[in-house]
Write a protein that binds this ligand. Structure first.
Ligand SMILES: [Zn+2]
Length: 326
């Protein structure tokens, strides 16, 4: 039986174009991310953003989505608590940011119809003010995180800006647990002509329990990827590979921070804070482990997985030409 995820030479299937966008680098203390880690070890990683372009076959209309905005170019524009946290993440660079990376390929923020956030941590939200005409899409629960209504978020990395997004241009996806039910169609109606952000969530191949068919043609899915932060979402995209075959790319956001965890060489780290509480970079460790197992399954099925902080992918010379404008 052929799996949905198989690479195929079949032409004519709906696809999207994917390019990576360089959107800043920062430095992680390994002990908070992987276990085991050497004391004091640090690793500089990218915060990758992605441009996804879809051409409607009937209308010929191209829709452009940017997945994550990476780091904010002017870090003084982050809130004070985030700026203090950034002091622990140096060295850090914000040039090029996502806007200059788009410009390198001839696009401006005005060309971007939608910004999807994998989640609302500082290293992914970038500078929404640079995209005054784009609509923003976040996973279920992300708005509560921004409004600081979410409980059980502990750890120095959990600082959020309640005024990050313009409510008039932001849509939160429906609850994946309410599969089959439609989301709030009042708030989503302004988007639903172009993309499906109201649901229903569907199961894919008995592997991904909740996915949204964004263009209603099977070329791009938002995938519920719980564990890291409420509202954490990934993207699964059918695209044309270099050899002209059709294959899948999975943009895993912060489902996993390090390829050594995917390969089973390291585990997710946990540590004690000054109050003796167990901390983890993932808000829900058990769910994060389940999500990682699904990502491993996808990779075993031939899907190309790219993590947001995928330094190995970025450093692979073969991927240099996959950055927009390269
Ligand atoms: Zn991150």
């Amino acid at each position: 039986m052929t799996s949905l995820f198989s690479n195929t030479s079949a032409t004519g299937l709906p696809t999207v174009q994917i390019h990576a966008l360089s959107a800043g680098h920062f430095t992680l203390p390994e002990e908070q991310f992987v276990y085991p880690a050497s004391t004091g070890a640090r690793k500089t990683v990218p915060s990758l953003a992605f441009l996804i372009q879809h051409k409607n076959r009937t209308s010929g209309k191209t829709t452009r989505i940017v997945f994550d905005l990476g780091l904010r170019r002017v870090i003084e524009r982050y809130s004070e608590p985030i700026q203090r946290h950034l002091a622990t993440r140096r060295p850090l660079t914000t040039d090029p940011d996502v806007v200059s990376s788009l410009r390198a390929g001839g696009l401006t923020p005005e060309d971007i119809d939608f910004v999807f956030y994998s989640h609302v941590h500082w290293d992914h939200v970038g500078e929404p003010r640079d995209f005054p005409q784009s609509a923003f899409v976040v996973g279920h629960g992300a708005l509560d995180v921004l409004a600081r209504k979410s409980k059980s978020l502990r750890g120095s990395h959990s600082f959020f800006e309640s005024d990050l997004l313009d409510p008039a241009r932001t849509v939160e996806l429906p609850d994946p647990a309410g599969k089959g039910s439609e989301g709030n169609t009042t708030t989503t109606s302004q988007f639903s002509n172009t993309i499906n952000v109201q649901g229903p969530w569907v199961e894919l191949e008995e592997l991904l329990p909740a996915a949204l068919d964004i263009f209603r043609d099977g070329s791009l899915y938002i995938v519920d990827a719980p564990g890291h932060l409420p509202g954490h979402i990934n993207l699964l995209a059918r695209t044309i590979k270099e050899d002209n075959s059709t294959g899948w790319v999975y943009l895993a956001g912060d489902a996993c921070h390090d390829r050594r965890i995917l390969r089973g060489e390291k585990a997710i780290s946990e540590w004690l804070d000054v109050h003796g509480h167990v901390c983890c970079i993932h808000a829900d460790r058990a769910k994060a482990d389940e999500t990682i197992e699904r990502v491993r399954d996808l990779e075993r099925k031939g899907v190309e997985v790219i993590l947001a902080h995928d330094v190995e992918w970025e450093e692979d010379a073969a991927n240099a030409k996959r950055f927009f404008g390269a």
